[in-house]
Write a protein that binds this ligand. Structure first.
Ligand SMILES: *[C@@H]1O[C@H](CO)[C@@H](O)[C@H](O)[C@H]1NC(C)=O
Ligand SMILES: *[C@@H]1O[C@H](CO)[C@@H](O)[C@H](O)[C@H]1NC(C)=O
Ligand SMILES: *[C@@H]1O[C@H](CO)[C@@H](O)[C@H](O)[C@H]1NC(C)=O
Ligand SMILES: *[C@@H]1O[C@H](CO)[C@@H](O)[C@H](O)[C@H]1NC(C)=O
Ligand SMILES: *[C@@H]1O[C@H](CO)[C@@H](O)[C@H](O)[C@H]1NC(C)=O
Ligand SMILES: *[C@@H]1O[C@H](CO)[C@@H](O)[C@H](O)[C@H]1NC(C)=O
Ligand SMILES: CC(=O)N[C@H]1CO[C@H](CO)[C@@H](O)[C@@H]1O
Ligand SMILES: [Ca+2]
Ligand SMILES: [Ca+2]
Length: 586
């Protein structure tokens, strides 16, 4: 239908109605934009090629300008850096490479001035084997005997040789058990040999880790992103003290790969849920005693929906504010990117989430290939639009706002233990280095990441065009689109509080509609297919016409134009808002 023809039919009201009866007041985190900083790769302040706290502090204004509410920092604690900070040797101090406690306080102070919240990574499953706790446990010092999961192992009846207690495999390839000569026992490590699992069946460990939470709350953090929950608890041993073997899963032939076996006994045990409830209580108690804003618990858990959803809490206990939703990563990984699969990923969360909880959408992190590489560069705007138009909270991994892609890291330059524990012919399947390359600030030397001559990982090849400086200067860019989305989300009652509908239209067009009483409606249309798709908007949205307000890079449509019929090209993504009703509601 011709736009001019429609205009002659006009009989409209622009939504300005009164919806005072609306939702109860939301807490800050319920409509926040979270941003993950990987400190080692964000900004280097002293020229050693390694990102640090002063570097982050110097770039907080960038985050503010983006519209970020809260930044979560991957671990900044003392660490031998075997797993780049996820092997913590002192949970109460800062890694010297990254700075000092004073630097951290300065960071918090500056963040407060800018009204940015800082969230820390909490790594509960394991410590470094260089931790004083582990050393004491090795020597069976009083109070530390059972800090870790120790076992005698078993004797092979045929060979008479000592063997690990079970066939369990670690994430980074190979056995999850390591023999310790001094203690003459095996210890469990679901990650690297240098990351012994803490024993959560020991109340002293549980209490110690709660101390860690309280310590950093006192330093002014606004909560925690809790790392690697699936392996927190293992099954209880039987009456003889023996653990069960896992069975072969059939998922891979490679017997060193964790997927070779099931993980029935070593992941997602029910005790994990209660532990999260206990941590929530620590946070809530802190607020009750000291006042201030609520601090949040975000948790990393890859598990089936029925399990994950329990982390939100039950009728009597509160749990994590936000159990991370990785469906937009995992469903696409498994099935490929399409409108149908995007719908499936969204359904999987929204249809399982208990009433009254806040959804969230994650596109990437430092363990997954970068969003622009994984979904395809042409979809980066589409995916950023998706997570910001959907209801609830969005989480951005540093660089997604720029459309940063993976770096190419040779075997010689590989430093990730997951890569290093494999071999040159298969390391690319495992290594996480490509998504951890330095952040791209400028097109200048070392992308403006460091003053020094080297960087801890090589830069990604595209930094000369994909960087903050160039994208801010450009007429149109991924960064500018991202900022517009953030601003829209911050100012829109509909996006914060409204209801949500979504459809697959035609073969591969995905459409999301947000409405909130008489407030402005917002519509997102993404074509995931390879041919043009058409949708007649008034049929979807209460007989409304829509004005185009944000479009993906390369779209040839014109901003500001009103649409009835919308023709969407392959990989094109469009955000529109309603302008008028073409005839009144019945
Ligand atoms: C929408 O939610 C925000 C955030 O909680 C709140 O401040 C605002 O009052 C809500 N608006 C309406 C109209 O309900
Ligand atoms: C880079 O080096 C110059 C000269 O040493 C120094 O003034 C500046 O602060 C450094 N900047 C960063 C970001 O490291
Ligand atoms: C930690 O593990 C590594 C690798 O097995 C070993 O070389 C190192 O000596 C261990 N450190 C301690 C304190 O046990
Ligand atoms: C005992 O050792 C033999 C020879 O290495 C091996 O084939 C067998 O699987 C082992 N038995 C058990 C129960 O692990
Ligand atoms: C909630 O979870 C706790 C365990 O943390 C449990 O004791 C309690 O019975 C549960 N309540 C309901 C209503 O399921
Ligand atoms: C609570 O959060 C709001 C929003 O970020 C902030 O403006 C305010 O200063 C915070 N209050 C305290 C006590 O930190
Ligand atoms: C996304 C994420 O935080 N991944 C981490 C999970 O935990 C292991 C071990 O602590 C780390 O290696 C991952 O980087
Ligand atoms: Ca540095
Ligand atoms: Ca564990």
């Amino acid at each position: 239908m011709e736009l001019a023809a429609l205009l002659t039919l006009l009989l409209f009201t622009i939504g300005q109605g009164d919806c005072a009866s609306a939702a109860t007041k939301k807490d800050w985190w319920q409509y926040a934009q979270f941003y993950q900083i990987y400190p080692r790769s964000f900004m280097d302040s002293d020229g050693d090629g390694i990102g640090d706290l002063n570097g982050i502090t110097s770039k907080l204004e960038y985050l503010k300008d983006l519209g970020v509410t809260a930044a979560w920092l991957s671990p900044i604690f003392t660490s031998p850096m075997v797993d780049f900070g996820y092997d913590i040797s002192d949970f109460f101090d800062i890694q010297p490479e990254y700075g000092t406690l004073e630097d951290f306080r300065a960071l918090i102070k500056r963040a407060k001035e800018l009204d940015l919240k800082i969230i820390l990574d909490f790594v509960p499953n394991h410590s470094s084997n260089e931790s004083i706790w582990f050393k004491k446990s090795v020597n069976r010092e009083r109070g530390y005997e059972d800090y870790y999961v120790w076992h005698d192992g078993k004797v092979n009846a045929t060979t008479g040789e000592r063997e690990p207690p079970t066939n369990w495999l670690q994430y980074f390839r190979g056995s999850a058990w390591e023999w310790n000569e001094v203690r003459q026992q095996y210890y469990l490590h679901q990650f690297a040999v240098q990351q012994p699992d803490l024993n959560y069946r020991n109340p002293a460990v549980v209490e110690q880790m709660k101390r860690v939470l309280r310590y950093w709350l006192k330093e002014g953090v606004s909560g925690f992103r809790c790392d690697a929950l699936p392996p927190l608890f293992e099954v209880l041993p039987d009456a003889e003290g023996q653990y069960p073997d896992e069975v072969v899963s059939g998922a891979t032939e490679d017997s060193e790969d964790r997927n070779y076996l099931t993980v029935k006994y070593i992941e997602n045990q029910p005790e994990t849920i209660d532990m999260v409830y206990q941590w929530r209580t620590v946070l809530d108690d802190y607020q009750r005693i000291y006042g201030g804003n609520s601090s949040v618990l975000l948790i990393e858990t890859y598990a089936p929906a029925w399990f994950t959803m329990q982390f939100y809490g039950n009728r009597t206990r509160e749990g994590a504010h936000l159990p991370f939703n990785f469906n937009l990563i995992t469903v696409m990984e498994e099935k490929g990117l399409s409108a149908g699969h995007v719908k499936e990923a969204i359904d999987l969360w929204l249809n399982n989430m208990p009433a009254g909880r806040t959804p969230n959408w994650v596109l990437g992190n430092h363990d997954k290939r970068r969003a622009a590489s994984r979904y395809g560069k042409e979809y980066i705007d589409a995916m950023n639009m998706l997570v910001m138009i959907l209801p609830g909270v969005s989480v951005t991994y540093q660089g997604e706002e720029l459309g940063m892609t993976d770096g190419e890291i040779s075997w010689e330059d590989t430093v990730d233990p997951w890569g290093c524990n494999s071999n040159p012919s298969i390391y690319e399947q495992y290594t996480r280095d490509p998504e951890r390359t330095p952040f791209q600030w400028t097109s200048g030397t070392n992308a403006g990441f460091t003053n020094g001559s080297t960087t801890w990982l090589p830069l990604a090849a595209d930094y000369k065009t994909v960087n903050v400086e160039s994208e801010l200067a450009a007429e149109e860019s991924h960064l500018k689109i991202y900022k517009e989305l953030m601003a829209l989300r911050k100012s829109s009652k509909t996006l914060q509080n409204g209801s949500t509908k979504y459809w697959v239209i035609g073969d591969d067009l995905f459409v999301v509609l947000r409405t909130y009483g008489d407030e402005d409606k917002y519509l997102l249309a993404i074509n995931f297919g390879s041919k043009e798709e058409t949708v007649y908007l008034p049929d979807l949205a209460d007989r409304s016409l829509f004005r185009l307000i944000i479009k993906s890079l390369g779209s040839e449509l014109t901003l500001g134009v009103w649409y009835g019929d919308l023709h969407v090209q392959p990989a094109e993504a469009l955000v529109l808002t309603d302008v008028l009703h073409i005839y009144p509601n019945p």
